[in-house]
Design a protein around this ligand. Structure first.
Ligand code: NAP
Length: 278
Protein backbone atom coordinates (compact mmCIF):
# COMPACT_ATOMS: atom_id res chain seq x y z
CA UNK A 1 0.00 0.00 0.00
CA UNK A 2 1.23 3.51 -0.82
CA UNK A 3 1.24 5.89 2.12
CA UNK A 4 0.48 9.61 2.12
CA UNK A 5 -0.10 12.11 4.93
CA UNK A 6 -0.63 15.63 6.12
CA UNK A 7 2.03 16.80 8.56
CA UNK A 8 1.54 19.74 10.91
CA UNK A 9 0.83 20.92 14.42
CA UNK A 10 -1.92 20.71 15.52
CA UNK A 11 -3.35 18.39 12.88
CA UNK A 12 -6.27 16.51 14.44
CA UNK A 13 -8.82 18.73 12.69
CA UNK A 14 -7.36 18.55 9.18
CA UNK A 15 -9.96 17.70 6.50
CA UNK A 16 -7.34 16.41 4.06
CA UNK A 17 -7.82 12.64 4.69
CA UNK A 18 -11.49 13.14 3.79
CA UNK A 19 -10.42 14.56 0.45
CA UNK A 20 -7.73 12.08 -0.59
CA UNK A 21 -8.95 8.72 0.74
CA UNK A 22 -12.25 8.77 -1.23
CA UNK A 23 -10.25 9.59 -4.40
CA UNK A 24 -7.89 6.63 -3.89
CA UNK A 25 -10.97 4.46 -3.50
CA UNK A 26 -12.72 5.74 -6.63
CA UNK A 27 -9.55 5.19 -8.69
CA UNK A 28 -8.90 1.78 -7.05
CA UNK A 29 -5.47 2.88 -5.90
CA UNK A 30 -3.98 0.86 -3.06
CA UNK A 31 -3.13 3.95 -1.02
CA UNK A 32 -3.95 5.55 2.30
CA UNK A 33 -3.70 9.15 3.59
CA UNK A 34 -3.31 9.89 7.29
CA UNK A 35 -2.63 12.75 9.71
CA UNK A 36 0.83 13.01 11.30
CA UNK A 37 1.27 15.43 14.16
CA UNK A 38 4.80 16.60 14.87
CA UNK A 39 5.50 18.84 17.81
CA UNK A 40 7.61 21.83 16.70
CA UNK A 41 10.44 20.97 19.10
CA UNK A 42 10.70 17.46 17.57
CA UNK A 43 10.55 18.57 13.95
CA UNK A 44 14.13 17.71 12.94
CA UNK A 45 14.11 14.21 14.40
CA UNK A 46 10.61 13.29 13.22
CA UNK A 47 11.03 14.63 9.72
CA UNK A 48 14.19 12.53 9.30
CA UNK A 49 12.19 9.48 10.47
CA UNK A 50 9.63 10.31 7.79
CA UNK A 51 12.36 10.61 5.19
CA UNK A 52 13.66 7.13 5.95
CA UNK A 53 10.14 5.68 5.84
CA UNK A 54 8.25 4.63 2.72
CA UNK A 55 5.79 7.53 2.42
CA UNK A 56 5.18 8.43 -1.24
CA UNK A 57 4.19 11.98 -0.45
CA UNK A 58 2.71 14.36 2.07
CA UNK A 59 1.17 17.75 2.58
CA UNK A 60 2.93 19.96 5.06
CA UNK A 61 1.05 22.67 6.83
CA UNK A 62 1.18 25.20 9.67
CA UNK A 63 3.73 25.80 11.15
CA UNK A 64 6.21 23.92 8.94
CA UNK A 65 5.79 25.19 5.37
CA UNK A 66 9.10 27.02 5.50
CA UNK A 67 10.89 24.71 7.92
CA UNK A 68 10.62 21.75 5.54
CA UNK A 69 12.71 23.44 2.84
CA UNK A 70 16.21 22.42 4.04
CA UNK A 71 15.11 18.76 4.06
CA UNK A 72 14.15 18.75 0.36
CA UNK A 73 16.38 17.48 -2.44
CA UNK A 74 14.74 19.80 -4.95
CA UNK A 75 12.26 22.66 -4.78
CA UNK A 76 9.99 23.83 -7.55
CA UNK A 77 10.79 27.40 -8.66
CA UNK A 78 7.41 28.85 -7.61
CA UNK A 79 7.62 27.34 -4.13
CA UNK A 80 11.15 28.66 -3.93
CA UNK A 81 10.11 32.19 -4.84
CA UNK A 82 7.58 32.33 -2.00
CA UNK A 83 9.73 30.32 0.41
CA UNK A 84 6.89 27.94 1.29
CA UNK A 85 6.19 24.31 0.46
CA UNK A 86 2.90 22.54 1.13
CA UNK A 87 3.38 19.38 -0.96
CA UNK A 88 6.25 16.90 -0.97
CA UNK A 89 6.65 13.99 -3.37
CA UNK A 90 9.13 11.23 -2.60
CA UNK A 91 10.85 9.46 -5.47
CA UNK A 92 13.40 6.78 -4.52
CA UNK A 93 13.85 8.46 -1.14
CA UNK A 94 14.48 11.90 -2.68
CA UNK A 95 12.08 14.69 -1.71
CA UNK A 96 10.65 17.17 -4.22
CA UNK A 97 8.80 20.22 -2.85
CA UNK A 98 5.93 22.17 -4.42
CA UNK A 99 3.39 24.79 -3.44
CA UNK A 100 -0.17 24.08 -4.54
CA UNK A 101 -1.80 26.82 -2.41
CA UNK A 102 -1.29 29.24 -5.30
CA UNK A 103 -3.43 27.17 -7.67
CA UNK A 104 -5.92 26.50 -4.91
CA UNK A 105 -6.34 30.20 -4.18
CA UNK A 106 -6.84 31.05 -7.85
CA UNK A 107 -9.20 28.21 -8.73
CA UNK A 108 -12.48 29.92 -7.70
CA UNK A 109 -11.59 33.37 -9.08
CA UNK A 110 -9.77 32.62 -12.34
CA UNK A 111 -12.65 33.79 -14.52
CA UNK A 112 -12.55 37.33 -13.10
CA UNK A 113 -8.82 37.84 -13.77
CA UNK A 114 -9.20 40.94 -15.95
CA UNK A 115 -11.48 42.73 -13.48
CA UNK A 116 -9.04 42.72 -10.59
CA UNK A 117 -6.79 45.77 -10.64
CA UNK A 118 -6.72 46.96 -7.03
CA UNK A 119 -5.98 44.36 -4.38
CA UNK A 120 -5.89 44.52 -0.60
CA UNK A 121 -4.35 41.57 1.23
CA UNK A 122 -4.73 41.24 5.01
CA UNK A 123 -1.92 39.31 6.69
CA UNK A 124 1.73 38.61 5.98
CA UNK A 125 2.14 35.02 7.17
CA UNK A 126 2.79 31.93 5.03
CA UNK A 127 -0.53 32.03 3.17
CA UNK A 128 -0.11 35.72 2.32
CA UNK A 129 3.05 34.91 0.33
CA UNK A 130 1.14 32.44 -1.86
CA UNK A 131 -1.79 34.86 -2.28
CA UNK A 132 0.43 37.85 -3.11
CA UNK A 133 2.42 35.81 -5.64
CA UNK A 134 -0.79 34.50 -7.23
CA UNK A 135 -2.32 38.00 -7.47
CA UNK A 136 0.77 39.50 -9.08
CA UNK A 137 1.31 36.68 -11.56
CA UNK A 138 -2.29 36.21 -12.63
CA UNK A 139 -4.11 39.53 -12.11
CA UNK A 140 -1.26 41.92 -12.89
CA UNK A 141 -2.80 44.48 -10.48
CA UNK A 142 -2.05 48.21 -10.72
CA UNK A 143 -2.31 48.62 -6.99
CA UNK A 144 -1.41 46.16 -4.23
CA UNK A 145 -1.64 46.82 -0.51
CA UNK A 146 -0.58 44.45 2.24
CA UNK A 147 -1.98 45.23 5.68
CA UNK A 148 -0.67 43.28 8.64
CA UNK A 149 -0.95 43.56 12.41
CA UNK A 150 2.83 43.76 12.45
CA UNK A 151 3.64 45.99 9.45
CA UNK A 152 7.31 44.92 9.43
CA UNK A 153 6.26 41.45 8.22
CA UNK A 154 4.25 43.05 5.40
CA UNK A 155 7.33 45.05 4.43
CA UNK A 156 9.41 41.84 4.30
CA UNK A 157 6.79 40.16 2.15
CA UNK A 158 6.93 42.99 -0.41
CA UNK A 159 10.73 42.77 -0.42
CA UNK A 160 10.73 39.00 -0.99
CA UNK A 161 8.17 38.80 -3.80
CA UNK A 162 8.92 40.31 -7.21
CA UNK A 163 6.51 43.21 -7.58
CA UNK A 164 8.13 45.17 -10.45
CA UNK A 165 4.97 44.93 -12.57
CA UNK A 166 2.80 46.64 -9.92
CA UNK A 167 2.57 50.45 -10.25
CA UNK A 168 1.60 51.17 -6.68
CA UNK A 169 2.46 48.89 -3.78
CA UNK A 170 2.35 49.66 -0.10
CA UNK A 171 2.38 47.97 3.24
CA UNK A 172 0.62 49.29 6.32
CA UNK A 173 -0.57 48.37 9.79
CA UNK A 174 -3.86 46.50 9.79
CA UNK A 175 -5.21 49.04 12.29
CA UNK A 176 -4.82 51.79 9.67
CA UNK A 177 -6.35 49.88 6.76
CA UNK A 178 -10.01 50.48 7.63
CA UNK A 179 -9.65 54.26 7.55
CA UNK A 180 -8.24 54.48 4.01
CA UNK A 181 -10.37 56.18 1.38
CA UNK A 182 -9.65 53.68 -1.38
CA UNK A 183 -11.82 51.11 -3.11
CA UNK A 184 -10.59 47.62 -3.90
CA UNK A 185 -11.68 45.01 -6.46
CA UNK A 186 -10.47 42.17 -4.26
CA UNK A 187 -10.01 42.08 -0.48
CA UNK A 188 -8.45 38.87 0.86
CA UNK A 189 -8.16 37.83 4.47
CA UNK A 190 -5.13 35.58 4.94
CA UNK A 191 -4.90 36.19 8.69
CA UNK A 192 -6.06 33.61 11.20
CA UNK A 193 -8.37 36.19 12.81
CA UNK A 194 -11.83 34.66 12.51
CA UNK A 195 -11.07 31.02 13.29
CA UNK A 196 -10.61 28.85 16.37
CA UNK A 197 -9.97 30.88 19.49
CA UNK A 198 -10.07 34.02 17.31
CA UNK A 199 -13.54 33.26 15.94
CA UNK A 200 -15.01 36.49 17.34
CA UNK A 201 -12.45 38.71 15.65
CA UNK A 202 -13.10 40.52 12.38
CA UNK A 203 -9.64 41.48 11.07
CA UNK A 204 -10.98 44.55 9.24
CA UNK A 205 -14.08 46.69 8.88
CA UNK A 206 -14.35 47.13 5.10
CA UNK A 207 -17.15 49.68 5.02
CA UNK A 208 -14.99 52.39 3.40
CA UNK A 209 -13.11 50.06 1.07
CA UNK A 210 -15.61 48.48 -1.31
CA UNK A 211 -17.53 49.18 -4.49
CA UNK A 212 -20.48 47.22 -5.84
CA UNK A 213 -18.26 44.64 -7.64
CA UNK A 214 -15.74 44.06 -4.85
CA UNK A 215 -14.96 40.40 -4.15
CA UNK A 216 -14.29 39.52 -0.50
CA UNK A 217 -12.31 36.32 -0.01
CA UNK A 218 -11.50 34.72 3.34
CA UNK A 219 -8.98 31.83 3.32
CA UNK A 220 -10.60 30.49 6.48
CA UNK A 221 -13.11 27.68 5.81
CA UNK A 222 -13.96 26.69 9.39
CA UNK A 223 -16.23 28.39 10.33
CA UNK A 224 -17.61 28.68 6.77
CA UNK A 225 -18.83 32.23 7.47
CA UNK A 226 -16.42 34.34 9.50
CA UNK A 227 -17.34 37.78 10.85
CA UNK A 228 -15.33 39.20 7.94
CA UNK A 229 -17.54 37.35 5.42
CA UNK A 230 -20.68 38.18 7.36
CA UNK A 231 -19.95 41.86 6.84
CA UNK A 232 -19.42 41.29 3.10
CA UNK A 233 -22.74 39.45 2.96
CA UNK A 234 -24.53 42.29 4.77
CA UNK A 235 -23.06 44.76 2.31
CA UNK A 236 -24.42 42.67 -0.58
CA UNK A 237 -20.95 41.83 -1.96
CA UNK A 238 -19.67 38.70 -3.67
CA UNK A 239 -17.81 36.67 -1.09
CA UNK A 240 -16.21 33.27 -0.71
CA UNK A 241 -14.50 31.25 1.99
CA UNK A 242 -11.40 29.02 1.78
CA UNK A 243 -13.11 25.70 1.10
CA UNK A 244 -12.63 25.85 -2.66
CA UNK A 245 -9.01 26.81 -2.11
CA UNK A 246 -8.57 23.79 0.14
CA UNK A 247 -10.13 21.62 -2.57
CA UNK A 248 -8.03 23.20 -5.32
CA UNK A 249 -4.71 22.74 -3.52
CA UNK A 250 -5.61 19.14 -2.70
CA UNK A 251 -6.46 18.32 -6.33
CA UNK A 252 -3.12 19.69 -7.47
CA UNK A 253 -1.23 17.71 -4.77
CA UNK A 254 -3.12 14.57 -5.80
CA UNK A 255 -2.01 15.04 -9.41
CA UNK A 256 1.61 15.60 -8.38
CA UNK A 257 1.67 12.36 -6.34
CA UNK A 258 -0.34 10.03 -8.56
CA UNK A 259 -0.03 11.59 -12.04
CA UNK A 260 -3.80 11.20 -12.22
CA UNK A 261 -6.53 13.83 -12.14
CA UNK A 262 -8.65 14.00 -9.02
CA UNK A 263 -11.86 12.10 -9.89
CA UNK A 264 -14.43 14.46 -11.40
CA UNK A 265 -17.32 12.61 -9.78
CA UNK A 266 -16.17 13.61 -6.29
CA UNK A 267 -17.41 17.03 -5.18
CA UNK A 268 -15.00 17.98 -2.38
CA UNK A 269 -17.04 20.99 -1.31
CA UNK A 270 -20.15 18.87 -0.94
CA UNK A 271 -18.35 15.99 0.84
CA UNK A 272 -16.76 18.30 3.41
CA UNK A 273 -19.85 20.41 3.93
CA UNK A 274 -21.95 17.31 4.57
CA UNK A 275 -19.44 15.82 6.98
CA UNK A 276 -18.42 18.92 8.93
CA UNK A 277 -20.94 21.71 8.51
CA UNK A 278 -24.41 20.13 8.57
P1 NAP B 1 0.65 32.25 9.74
O1 NAP B 1 1.87 32.13 8.91
O2 NAP B 1 0.68 31.84 11.17
O3 NAP B 1 0.20 33.82 9.68
C1 NAP B 1 -0.85 34.29 10.45
C2 NAP B 1 -1.22 35.71 10.03
O4 NAP B 1 -2.40 36.09 10.76
C3 NAP B 1 -0.16 36.77 10.34
O5 NAP B 1 -0.19 37.76 9.34
C4 NAP B 1 -0.64 37.34 11.69
O6 NAP B 1 -0.24 38.68 11.92
C5 NAP B 1 -2.13 37.33 11.45
N1 NAP B 1 -2.95 37.33 12.66
C6 NAP B 1 -3.07 36.35 13.59
N2 NAP B 1 -3.94 36.70 14.54
C7 NAP B 1 -4.39 37.95 14.22
C8 NAP B 1 -5.30 38.86 14.81
N3 NAP B 1 -5.94 38.57 15.96
N4 NAP B 1 -5.53 40.04 14.21
C9 NAP B 1 -4.90 40.33 13.06
N5 NAP B 1 -4.01 39.53 12.44
C10 NAP B 1 -3.75 38.36 13.02
O7 NAP B 1 -0.57 31.45 9.10
P2 NAP B 1 -0.85 31.13 7.55
O8 NAP B 1 -0.23 29.85 7.18
O9 NAP B 1 -0.50 32.35 6.76
O10 NAP B 1 -2.44 30.89 7.57
C11 NAP B 1 -3.30 31.97 7.78
C12 NAP B 1 -4.75 31.57 7.59
O11 NAP B 1 -4.97 31.09 6.28
C13 NAP B 1 -5.20 30.45 8.53
O12 NAP B 1 -6.48 30.77 8.97
C14 NAP B 1 -5.22 29.23 7.64
O13 NAP B 1 -6.18 28.27 8.07
C15 NAP B 1 -5.64 29.84 6.32
N6 NAP B 1 -5.22 29.03 5.15
C16 NAP B 1 -6.21 28.45 4.41
C17 NAP B 1 -5.85 27.69 3.30
C18 NAP B 1 -6.94 27.06 2.46
O14 NAP B 1 -6.66 26.11 1.73
N7 NAP B 1 -8.15 27.57 2.51
C19 NAP B 1 -4.50 27.51 2.96
C20 NAP B 1 -3.52 28.12 3.75
C21 NAP B 1 -3.90 28.88 4.85
P3 NAP B 1 1.18 39.02 12.66
O15 NAP B 1 2.24 38.84 11.62
O16 NAP B 1 1.03 40.41 13.08
O17 NAP B 1 1.29 38.04 13.80
Amino acid sequence: MEKYAVVGFPIAHSFSPDIHNPAFKVLSLDAYYERIEIRPEEFHEKILDLKSSNFKGFNITVPFKKQIIPYLDKIDSTADSINAVNTVKSIDGKWFGYNTDIDGFLDPIREVTNKIKNVLILGAGGAAYAVTYACIEFFKPQKLLIANRNPESAKKLLEKIKTDSVNEKKYLALDNAGIMHEKFDLIVNTTSAGMGAQKEINPLNIKKLYHSETIVYDLIYNPPETLFLKQAKQLGLKYLNGLEMLAGQAKKSFKIWTNQDYPGELDINKMLTEKYFK
